[in-house]
Design a protein around this ligand. Structure first.
Ligand code: GUN
Length: 292
């Protein structure tokens, strides 16, 4: 058996088509959705992600402001940028690219972003809503992208056993909440590096979401035949056969395709969905400032 492809690019293309209409409707009312992206330092991967977000804004006719600060920037300066962006009426979404340099308190800084402009969905108010079962706020982009991709593939989650591998604030925990939320109705286990019998726990999953950041960790023997496997990992691994010296690897061994019924590829799976959901949050933020 070879798994069907959970094609994030195809799904993101559908989301983008819908968003283009919503952006047009906003513009007809004189509102131009506007995302501000702040990056500090020169981590090459982060710059690639930020450029990709800015490029997608361009495609969707969403205005973007790209603020790049040197790694020597002090916290007070970044705080000042965030406060100014919070005040600006013409800015609907603010994203501070992670990771920040080690001398900065990333959580404290993201907490400063006005919750209604927090298009990453990382602010405690937005994560708190999710814990309350309210899925109408700003939802974290990667977990929301995973849910959208499962819906795109018509995968019914009701009563299914879902295992989320990873417990991060940004992916694992919110993914578990979304899978368990009313409407999705899965039965969810959160597994992590200290879970005993990790392989056996994963093998119970009808839906396995891998978000641990370890290349090729999930092996075919960890997966129940016919399970749906979503690979959130984006790991750079050395590859001397490539000119650039590395390639991207997910958290799931590609041979899992021989066991699973669906598998999301890396790249081309969750990555494009994360950006699509960021765009959706930005459009939604602009719509809610100027409701019908
Ligand atoms: N770094 C890697 N992924 C993300 C993301 O989704 N949002 C932010 N702000 N930083 C990231």
């Amino acid at each position: 058996m070879s798994a069907q492809r959970l094609d994030g690019r195809a799904c993101a293309t559908e989301v983008e088509a819908e968003l283009l209409d919503r952006v047009s409707a906003l513009k007809a009312k004189g509102v131009e959705p506007h995302l501000a992206v702040v990056i500090v330092g020169d981590d090459p991967a982060s710059h690639v992600y930020v450029n990709s977000k800015v490029k997608t804004c361009g495609r969707l006719k969403i205005r973007s402001t790209h603020i790049a600060l040197p790694s020597s920037t002090d916290e007070a300066t970044l705080e000042q940028h965030i406060r100014e962006l919070n005040q600006r009426k013409d800015v609907h979404g603010i994203l501070v690219q992670s990771p920040l340099p080690p001398h900065m308190d990333e959580e404290a800084l993201t907490d400063l972003i006005a919750p209604e402009k927090d298009v990453d969905g990382f602010h405690p108010e937005n994560l708190g809503r999710l814990v309350q079962g309210r899925t109408d706020g700003m939802l974290p982009c990667t977990p929301n992208g995973v849910m959208r991709m499962l819906r795109w593939a018509n995968i019914d989650l009701v009563g299914k056993r879902a295992v989320v591998l990873g417990r991060s604030r940004i992916v694992g925990m919110p993914a578990a909440l979304l899978l368990a939320a009313r409407g999705a109705d899965a039965t969810v286990t959160v597994a992590h590096s200290r879970t005993q019998g990790l392989e056996a726990v994963c093998k119970e999953a009808d839906v396995l979401v891998a978000a641990v950041g370890r290349p090729d960790m999930v092996k075919p023997s960890w997966v129940k035949p016919g399970a749906v496997v979503v690979d959130v990992g984006i790991n750079r691994v050395e590859d001397t056969t490539r000119e650039r010296g590395w390639r991207l690897a997910g958290d799931v061994d590609p041979d899992v395709a021989e066991v699973a019924s669906w598998l999301s590829p890396v790249p081309g799976g969750v990555g494009p969905m994360t950006i699509a959901m960021l765009m959706e949050n930005t459009v939604r933020a602009a719509e809610s400032v100027h409701p019908e």
